[in-house]
Write a protein that binds this ligand. Structure first.
Ligand code: ATP
Ligand code: MG
Length: 351
């Protein structure tokens, strides 16, 4: 009964966990973890980074009892995976079977050369890195792990976006959630778009938002706005992104069909990329489609942080003409709801 109430985590707390990292087309590497239940998603990604240095891994998968792959890309999903794994270990123990390692399948993104197209360094942990590094078995190059955590620390210290380094220039526009400024980032000499949103929320929620925004550092698509970093100052969050000198599509009404067709292709590619990361945009509309004089079209303001979306929603006024009916009536939001908003946006932009 107690076990049922606490879940298998507690019963397994002292067990050594072996994670078998499957390498595409070439076997696997076993990683022995001594602090299994405390393991964070980020720790696993770090170790996968050691095993597969050529790839950018943003998520990994495990197999459930039916052999279906389940994606893990957050601490929550990590917990669910560990809880599932420990329950299978229990079963194996009860049946007197050998304990199988936990097999995970890294999901690789693009090679490193194509990353960090904007050449900026970013703070990836937002001050939430208090846990210790995972213990790594001999099968992994342990000095390279040390090297990587040293590098990570360097990035944390150097690359942090902060208010002191930013010079605000013009106001680009006001939305329901906040104000967007064109700004100059002194250390890098880059022009940024900084969205400042007032949020009266607790420190805990601020931390939650920062950790939810972490996935933006990993977004790497030419159809998605580049993300440079975010920080809180008192009760406002500043989100720094790539500046798009053509502004948003809402000011370009009556776009000829052959141009709109090309824009639609870019927007759909951007959305498909987000959906592949299991992110729903949730705010598809012309003002969130940005263009630049290099002919690029990029999506911005997608709902990557549930907490941020919820906090803004509390102060949201007015209606959203692009919202799908199921969303207005409070039903479940899905990819189809993004598609609805896409359709309305393009109908509006049409000549
Ligand atoms: P809502 O708050 O309801 O989403 P919105 O999209 O119009 O509405 P904001 O997201 O605050 O509001 O953006 C305000 C304006 O700032 C946009 O309409 C757009 O023109 C401009 N803008 C936003 N991001 C950028 C960017 N990265 N580069 C250039 N202009 C931008
Ligand atoms: Mg917007």
């Amino acid at each position: 009964m107690l076990w049922l109430a606490l879940g298998p985590f507690h019963a397994m707390e002292n067990q050594v966990l072996v994670i078998r990292i499957k390498i595409p087309n070439s076997g696997a590497v076993d990683w022995t973890v001594h602090s299994g239940p405390q393991l964070l998603f980020r720790d696993v990604l770090d170790v996968i980074g050691q095993v597969l240095p050529e790839a950018t891994t943003t998520a990994f998968e495990y197999e459930d009892e039916d052999g279906d792959r389940i994606t893990v890309r957050s601490d929550e999903e990590m917990k669910a995976m560990l809880s599932y794994y420990y329950s299978t270990v229990m079963e194996q123990q009860v049946n007197g079977q050998l304990i199988e390692p936990l097999q995970i399948f890294p999901r690789a993104c693009k090679p490193p050369g194509e990353r960090n197209i904007h050449g900026l360094k970013v703070n990836t942990r937002a001050g939430s890195s208090q846990h210790s590094s995972p213990a790594v078995s001999d099968s992994l190059p342990s000095n390279s792990l040390k090297k990587s955590s040293a590098e990570l620390k360097k990035i944390l210290a150097n690359g942090q976006m902060n208010e002191q380094d930013i010079r605000y220039r013009d106001t680009l526009g006001h939305g329901n959630g906040g104000t967007v400024y064109k700004a100059y980032h002194v250390p890098s000499g880059k022009i940024l778009a900084v969205k400042v949103i007032l949020l009266d929320i607790t420190l805990e929620l601020q931390k939650q938002i920062m950790s939810e925004l972490e996935i933006l550092y990993k977004c790497d698509s030419s159809y998605i706005i580049g993300f440079y970093g975010a920080f809180f100052v008192e009760n406002r969050i500043s989100i720094c992104t790539e500046f798009m000198d053509g502004g948003s599509l809402d000011v370009y009404r009556k776009i000829p069909e052959h141009v709109l067709g090309r824009i639609a292709v870019a927007v759909v590619k951007g959305l498909t990329y987000l959906w592949s990361l299991k992110i729903l945009h949730r705010d598809v509309k012309p003002s969130n489609m940005l263009v630049n004089t290099r002919g690029q079209v990029k999506l911005c303001d997608f709902g990557v942080s549930t907490q941020l979306v919820n906090s803004i929603a509390k102060t949201y006024v007015g209606t959203n003409a692009y919202m799908a009916p199921e969303r207005i009536s409070g039903e479940q939001y899905g990819i189809h709801s993004d598609v609805w908003s896409l359709g309305i946006s393009f109908m509006e932009e049409q000549m």
